[in-house]
Design a protein around this ligand. Structure first.
Ligand code: HEC
Length: 701
């Protein structure tokens, strides 16, 4: 950021300049505002794009409400002559564009205004549940790059990455992240896996090197995340950083950070582009932070690691039919930004003795380690865990000085596999649905609200027919029993006599889940806003409509699932603090410049004034690094912190008027600098309503 106005000296004077109250109460929005030419674009009103005067917060225009609109961010594009100015975004599995001046849809974009993201994936679009990303994508010239959040269940769609024209809305190229026959990496999967394997998607941030015309995609795990017997092999490009020619989509290089993923260790933070001085040479580098707590650093043109990344032996799997890679890559430098081992000495010192004792026993009985394969026989503990390490929005950089900042969570996962029945194979006599687990429900009218769907489509059975139909469960407390991911899988795939509602979109499913909720899940984390989400952001998880292996595939004799919503967390604070941290790396040296706790758990009195970080809520909030030497970070404790970029000391902090999620933005209008932050709904009360708040320095009199 090249805004010089806010300095270490005056940062203490930052005050609220304006706020915008979302008339819809901020439902499900954790949006990264964008500002262009004095206009701020936000999502509010239950799914409309709203243009605000960035200096005053006054509404300029509002679009209509888009069902299933992406809740985290949108893209801006303008033609060279600035005559054509567009907002480009995804809604309900479609790419769309608005005129940035008026908020009206551009109707000659795509097919009458929309491009279906279910097309062009090399599979029958009818077998794709989710194809929309949870992050906005990235723009380069007249292209937009998109990832996707196809879900994490068995038979989720493939995460192939794509480029579309921002002018025509047409697909320009697709790169198969699950390679097709003849493509590089195809042999790292079973021969038919490209027809049914899912995931290997970019659900987080995409970075473009504009000068060199390279686009970097951090890729996630394949599905099913925790059991890979139907995808034996290394599974390229699983959990890889992928560098493609931005114009053509051709592979330049890749690096796989986890072979045959079994732990949901997605790469999802933005790859950071930096210039470093290394052994007397200036190197254009890219640094990628993982959920595993490592920062991987490469020459960004060649993919050569700046410091060696070595393959080390890791434990084998003892689960029937599973195949685990015998080695995994470990960077030799820089050092990791999280702890990697858990011992009986690492239990939360603030716990009462009985509770500590319980965990000491549990840790002693478990197998631990970053790459310890999950088992159905004992618990496996991994730190930083599936929701730990660096997640969406967790990195930032001072690019010219080779400094990279990473926020991270340390939330150990405690996993145990639970055996389930095998999945069906399609029979040759009927290619549609007879051989499948559950019948398909008729499509639900897309204009119905979640409440109407619940009352009409769900309560038919779950309330009215419950007395006469066998085995219809009471949904009253369903959120206490099953996670959002399981809910989405059950509802979109069906189960036994429950039909599959494959036409419901991601937001509707999460709204249904919230409507049925009211109770807490996963150790007291409120449903809706702070429920842990891994592998894709809240609005984008679950849901698959492929319902059987293709004909001819011999499937594994069992399936396995994991308890506790897949993340293996019943409480998040059973290890000792810090639970969330911020780390500054000097990549000219390959060392950690400073590493401090981010935030303070209000339930705990710190010892020696040491901050604890926050055990609740992921650090998916990002940072702003200024050229004046400040790192701004918001935290799950509801505060905005200003760190000294030199030494990691907190120069200033303020309690936000309510909790935030998503990424803050810094901008300038008429020489005045502002910081915009999304205020989310959620259960914690606030002094301002959900919406957006903007900070700035007091006006000079
Ligand atoms: C035709 C009747 C029918 C309809 C309509 C129906 N369900 Fe179900 N549902 C069932 C049955 C039967 C089960 C138990 C399935 C099993 O376990 O074999 C079930 C199970 C579930 C479960 C799993 C509950 C648990 O405790 O594991 C959820 C969640 C659920 N339904 C949600 C919904 C939602 C949401 C809708 C509306 C979109 C809906 N159902 C519509 C019959 C129905």
């Amino acid at each position: 950021m090249d805004l010089k106005q806010i300095t270490k000296d005056n940062v203490k004077q930052l005050e609220i300049i304006w706020n915008y109250a979302d008339p819809d109460g901020g439902r499900g929005i954790f949006f990264n505002p964008i500002v262009v030419d004095g206009v701020m674009y936000v999502v509010a009103k239950g799914g409309a794009i709203v243009a605000l005067d960035a200096a005053t917060g006054k509404e300029i225009w509002s679009s209509r409400v888009f069902q299933g609109i992406i809740r985290t961010g949108i893209n801006y594009w303008e033609s060279k002559d600035k005559k054509d100015r567009r907002l480009i975004f995804c809604a309900n599995q479609m790419l769309q564009a608005l005129d940035a001046n008026t908020g009206l849809s551009i109707t000659n974009f795509g097919d009458n205004g929309t491009t279906s993201l279910k097309e062009g994936l090399g599979r029958d679009p009818g077998t794709i549940g989710r194809a929309q990303n949870t992050a906005p994508g990235a723009i380069y010239d007249d292209l937009i790059f998109l990832g996707s959040s196809p879900g994490e269940g068995y038979f989720s769609g493939p995460g192939h990455v794509r480029a579309y024209s921002v002018v025509t809305g047409k697909l320009v190229w697709v790169f198969h992240t699950i390679p097709h026959p003849g493509e590089y990496g195809y042999e790292t999967w079973p021969k038919d896996a490209y027809k049914y394997a899912g995931g290997v998607n970019t659900w987080g941030e995409i970075t473009v090197d504009e000068k060199n015309g390279i686009v970097y995609f951090p890729l996630g795990a394949p599905t099913f995340d925790y059991y890979g017997a139907d995808r034996v092999g290394d599974d390229l490009y699983d959990e890889s950083i992928l560098a493609l020619d931005a114009r053509t989509g051709k592979r330049i290089w890749h690096f796989q950070t986890v072979h045959h993923g079994l732990w949901d260790y997605d790469l999802t933070s933005a790859p950071e582009l930096i210039t470093i001085q290394h052994e007397g040479k200036t190197i254009p580098a890219v640094a990628v932070a993982g959920k595993v707590g490592f920062l991987y650093v490469f020459n960004r043109l060649t993919g050569e690691p700046v410091w060696p990344i070595v393959e080390r032996e890791v434990p084998p799997s003892d689960v029937p039919q599973e195949w685990a890679s015998r080695t995994q890559p470990f960077p030799t430098a820089p050092p990791p930004f999280t702890r990697h081992t858990v011992t009986t000495n690492d239990i939360n010192p603030y716990y009462p003795p009985e509770k500590r004792e319980e965990w000491v026993k549990r840790v002693a009985a478990a197998k631990t380690g970053l790459f310890q394969p999950l088992s159905d026989k004992y618990e496996v503990i991994s730190l930083p865990g599936a929701v730990g390490g660096a997640n969406r929005g967790c990195t930032a950089a001072d690019p010219d000085h080779g400094i990279v900042y990473v926020t991270a969570n340390e939330m150990p996962s405690v996993w145990k596999l639970i055996k389930g029945p095998p999945l069906p194979v399609q029979s040759s006599s009927n290619h549609s649905s007879t051989n499948l687990a559950a019948p398909l429900a008729p499509p639900v009218n897309p204009n119905l609200s979640a409440k109407e769907i619940r009352d009409q489509a769900c309560y038919v059975c779950h309330v009215k027919l419950r007395a006469s139909m066998p085995n219809v469960p009471d949904l009253t407390n369903v959120v206490a029993r099953i996670s959002l991911a399981e809910f989405e899988t059950t509802v979109s795939l069906g189960k036994g006599l429950m039909p599959a509602f494959s036409s419901l979109d991601e937001n509707t499913l999460s709204e249904l889940y919230a409507l049925l909720g009211g109770t807490n899940i996963l150790g007291g984390i409120p449903v809706g806003h702070e429920a842990p989400q891994v592998g894709s952001f809240r609005s984008g998880r679950g849901g698959n409509v492929m319902r059987a292996y293709p004909e001819g595939v011999v499937p594994p004799t069992n399936t396995y699932k994991v308890g506790l919503g897949g993340y293996g967390m019943e409480t998040r604070d059973w290890i000792s603090p810090p639970w969330s941290t911020i780390t500054a790396y000097d990549l000219n040296k390959g060392t950690i410049k400073w590493h401090v706790a981010l935030g303070q758990d209000p339930k705990v009195v710190p010892v020696d004034g040491k901050m604890t970080g926050m055990p609740d809520g992921e650090q998916r909030r990002s940072m702003i690094v200024t050229s004046t030497g400040i790192v701004f970070a918001t935290c799950a404790d509801g505060k905005l912190y200003a760190y000294d970029a030199e030494d990691g000391k907190v120069i200033w902090s303020t309690k936000l008027p309510r909790n935030t999620e998503g990424l803050p933005a810094m901008y300038e209008v008429n020489g005045r600098a502002y910081i915009a932050i999304c205020l989310v709904a959620g259960r914690t009360p606030g002094t301002l309503p959900p919406g957006y708040v903007v900070y700035g320095l007091p006006e000079k009199k």
